[in-house]
Structure formats: C-alpha cells, structure tokens
Design a protein around this ligand. Structure first.
Ligand code: KIV
Ligand code: ZN
Length: 531
C-alpha cells in the first residue's frame, strides 16, 4: 500500500470550509486535564496541572481543555491558573448547558490569551429520557439559550470562542442532531463537536455518520467540525481518523489515551497516523512530534497511569526490535521495519546526560532541554538530588532526571513528607517498622508490625498521619537498566471509598514504597481539601 489520495476507488472527501485541496491542518484539542483526569484515581494537583499544561503548549496542541470549572473550587482555580499563565494554546473550560456552569466557566478562562467556553448537552433518546430528563423541545430551547449566553460572554474578549458538544451524538437521531447543530451555529458556536461518548461507533459507520451530518446541516461547512471518541471497543483512534477522512477539522484526544473508562483517543496515535499517512488524509497537524515522548512520560508520572509496554508510539517496546531478521534489516535500511523514526517522537540515543562532575549550569541546561524551567531555589534542590544520585549511579540519564524532577514538582505542595523510616524483618521475626512524617511541618511518629515488611511500613505511616489507606495495587520497576538503577514504585490506595495513585523513585525499594504510599495519601488529602 502506498500513500494515495483515494481509497478503494473512492475520492477523498470534500475538505471542510476554508480547507484547500492541499494538506489542511487538523486542530488538536487536548483533554488530558479534563476527560483524562476523569480516569479513576488520576487526580492531579494544581502545580501538576500547570506543569502538564505548559508541556502541552510546548508540544504545540491548539486547544488545552484545562478542566471543568464548576465541578469544584480546585477545578476552577486550576483552570484560572492555566488561563493566566499558559501562552501559545487556546484554553478551554467545560460547562454543562446550564447558566451557572457557563458563567463560572467564563470567569475561569477569561484571562487566557485565547479563551474557549465548551458547553454541552445530551441529544440521544436514551440520554434525554434518563440522564437529563428533558424533551427534544427542551433540548432545542436550552441549546439556543446557553450557546447564545456563551457567545455573548465570549464577545467580551477579542479572541474568545464557543464550542458546542452534543453528548452521546453517536446514538442520537441524525436529523435531530443536525437540527441541534444548526441552532448552536446560528447562536454563535464556531466549533461543533460530535462525541462518541460511550465508544459505540465503528470506523466506517462513523465516517458516514459525519458525512451525513455535513449533508443534513449545511451550516457545518462554515464552522469546525470536531470529534471526541472514547475507546470502549478499542476504536477511538480509528474512529477519530475516519472522521478526519470525512472532513472533521478538530480531533479531541488525550496523552496516552487516558480518560473516562477505557479512555479517549490517544493524541500520539492520532498525530503520528496523520503524520505518517498525511497524503492519504490530505491533512497534517501543528504538533511538535519530537515532544511526544517527554509529554507522555510526564503525564504517566504525574497521573500514576503506567504506559503498557507495547503501547503504540510511546510504549517502551514501540521501537524495540527483538527478532534477528528485523535487526538485520534495520541495520541495512531502517525503513525495512520502521514506519516512523524514533527521533520523530523524541526518542534519542543521547539518553546519557550527566555525570557526577557535571555542575549546576549543565544541569539547568539539560533540564531546560527536557522542558523544565526551574527557579534558582528549585534548581538548588534539584542539584542536591542530582548530586546524591550521581554519587551512587555512574550515568545519570534523561529518564533518571525526569523521575527525580517529577518528584520535586509534586513535593512542593505536600501536606505529608516522609522524613525517615526503619524496618526490621527476617525469616523468623514479625516485620516491624517505625516512621517519622512531617504533617504540615510538624513531626509525627508512627510504629506498626505486620506479616509483610511493606505492609508494616504502610501501617506505621497510617498511624503517623492519622489516615487509613488500603492497598489496591503495588508495582515495582527499574527506571533504567543495570544494578545501580533507580527503583520506581507505583501504588494505588483506597481512602474513604476513593482510589489514589502514588509514585516514587529511590535506590531502595522500601524507601520508594514508603514515599509512593505517602504520595498517595497526599493526593487523598488534596482531594479532601479541594472538593
Ligand atoms: O464524552 C463526552 O461526550 C464528553 C463531552 C463532555 C464532550 O466528554
Ligand atoms: Zn468524553
């Protein structure tokens, strides 16, 4: 199969309005911080959200959906913070088609260089009847009223705009959906989003569905048509691409595909498919693809959502060739077995970065390359950590630095900080642990014993901080190869019926475990404070 502009004899679809016969640029709308954060236990604190938003801007996404401002005080504050700080990308906030949501959303995003109100209402028979309990006539009226309100608020800003989404569009009556879209466009929405909310669509059918909407609602050609696909059947990327082929001009997606249930379309897959098969799609994106791996690792570290090894584009094995036949082919000509170059997504051979003689200046420069801008005080702390690491480990790689800096960022807002721990264990004794934890700056001690060493440390921490966590998942891996590698522990803990993730790195597996557990409790404490 070679790159072509027609498939199976069908002509490429008509480009959307404003598009040319040449490559058009598809808008990449990233929802990692909104739908992505809705993934169970993927909660992020404000500093982490800002850090990710800044990295998304470096990655070149066109729109960052920063959160759902009306959901909680914490959500409002992080959207407002991102709107005030992040430049170079449009900042969107989500709002149900309810007056209070729309107004609160506007207050959160209005400081952005280019703000967006993203309002939505359900349009499928099943959602209208059971989810929002509204008649089709009421949905028509609410769409009219709320998009008009959003557009009037957006008119206060020279670059603000409004996006409208029809929730559960894929299970909606096509004629009714087209009617709702026409109302939203007439009232001022300039992006119309067609979500496959429950991940029900199939690629060929979904492409036809989008084409049919262009036919039933001619004014769609005057705006940007967007798709938002969920991955319940593992088809989110395929469906998003089918929609692009049918003329959609915006794709909503999340880094590493995180999101509600099975997640959203994965940004890296959509973007690299459009880049690798650009001729077929007649489309491209403005994404700086070399930033993909860095963004992916940052999101995995901060959310605790581990990337599966064989995940397309960003999995550890995505560019690893095991078989001798493949390796021989690659050595003589990389394109024999590689359709993308590792460097295109930001994987370089120059993972070796610094050694124990490197100074502050070299560390600052390398961190800058990795996307981290630290203040002088932050750099002092990072340098101290780097020196401790370089004393124990001959080669400090980009992966090591990212793991350490990720910890650094998170510790800035912590309620609990592990100061020390001592554990005694052996084949003929009951493991016993003692810990010292600072709770809002005050030293607390805890002691406990249990059948396992790890459990005895966790119980001692519970006693010190006055919380009860129950361990749901525990994973250990090494950050790099070699006996002197850092150990990374990822943990899932249940607190008061909610789950929280924790991740930490250390040379010592027990220390990494204790820190990861404290991290999960910090996330639980932060969630209590913001809701
Ligand atoms: O899945 C969905 O329908 C959504 C909307 C709010 C766009 O996330
Ligand atoms: Zn969604």
């Amino acid at each position: 199969m070679t790159e072509q502009t027609t498939v199976n004899g069908h002509a490429a679809p008509r480009p959307p309005s404003g598009g040319s016969a040449g490559a058009r640029t598809v808008t990449i709308f990233d929802t990692t911080l909104r739908d992505g954060e809705q993934a169970p236990g993927a909660s992020l604190n404000q500093t982490e959200k800002l850090e990710i938003a800044q990295q998304l801007a470096r990655l070149g996404v066109d729109v960052i959906e920063a959160g759902f401002p009306v959901a909680s005080k914490g959500d409002f504050e992080s959207v407002a913070l991102i709107a005030g700080e992040v430049r170079g990308a449009r900042i969107a906030g989500l709002a149900r088609a309810i007056e209070r949501d729309v107004r609160v959303c506007w207050d959160a995003v209005r400081q952005a260089e280019t703000p967006r109100i993203h309002t939505f209402i359900s349009t499928s028979p099943i959602h209208m009847k059971y989810q929002i309990k509204k008649t089709p006539d009421e949905v028509r009226a609410i769409t009219h009223e709320m998009v008009t309100l959003a557009a009037s608020l957006a008119a206060q800003h020279p670059a603000a705009d409004v996006e409208f989404s029809a929730m559960d569009a894929s299970r909606s009556e096509p004629e009714f959906l087209a009617e709702i879209f026409a109302i939203a466009i007439e009232c001022g929405a300039t992006t119309i989003n067609v979500p496959d909310t429950v991940g029900y669509a199939l690629p060929l059918e979904w492409g036809d569905f989008i084409r049919e909407q262009y036919r039933l609602c001619p004014s769609l050609s005057d705006v940007t048509v967007s798709v938002h696909c969920h991955n319940d059947l593992g088809l989110a990327t395929a469906n998003s691409l089918a929609a692009v082929r049918a003329g959609a001009g915006q794709v909503e997606c999340a880094i590493n595909g995180i999101g509600e249930r099975a997640g959203n379309a994965s940004l890296e897959e959509v973007v690299m498919a459009l880049r690798t098969r650009g001729v077929y799609f007649g489309a491209t994106t403005g994404i700086v693809t070399e930033e993909i791996v860095r963004t992916s690792r940052m999101v995995a570290n901060l959310t605790g959502y581990v990337i599966q090894r064989n995940k397309a584009i960003v999995g550890r094995n995505a560019f690893a060739h095991e078989s001798g036949i493949h390796q021989a082919g690659l050595l003589s000509e990389p394109s024999t077995f590689e359709i993308m170059k590792p460097a295109d997504v930001g994987l370089t051979d120059s993972d070796l970065v610094l050694g124990k003689h490197s100074g502050r200046h070299a560390l600052r420069a390398r961190l800058k390359e990795l996307g981290y801008e630290l203040s002088d005080t932050e750099l002092d702390l990072a340098f101290q950590r780097f020196k401790d690491l370089a004393d124990k480990k001959k080669e400090v790689t980009a992966l090591d630095l990212e793991a350490l800096i990720g910890e650094e960022i998170r510790e800035r807002q912590d309620v609990f900080t592990l100061r020390s721990f001592v554990s005694q264990a052996g084949s003929s004794m009951v493991p016993t642990s003692q810990v010292e934890v600072d709770v809002r700056g005050r030293r607390r001690r805890g002691k406990s014993f249990s059948n396992g060493t790890v459990e005895s440390v966790f119980k001692a921490i519970d006693n010190a901080v006055g919380m009860r966590g129950s361990l749901a998942d525990y994973q250990v891996r090494s950050v790099t190869a070699g006996k002197d590698a850092l150990a990374e522990v990822r943990i899932t803990v249940g607190v008061d019926g909610h789950t929280f993730h924790g991740q930490a790195v250390s040379f010592d597996v027990m220390e990494a475990s204790a820190k990861a557990y404290v991290r999960a409790l910090n996330n639980a404490a932060a969630a209590k404070g913001t809701n």
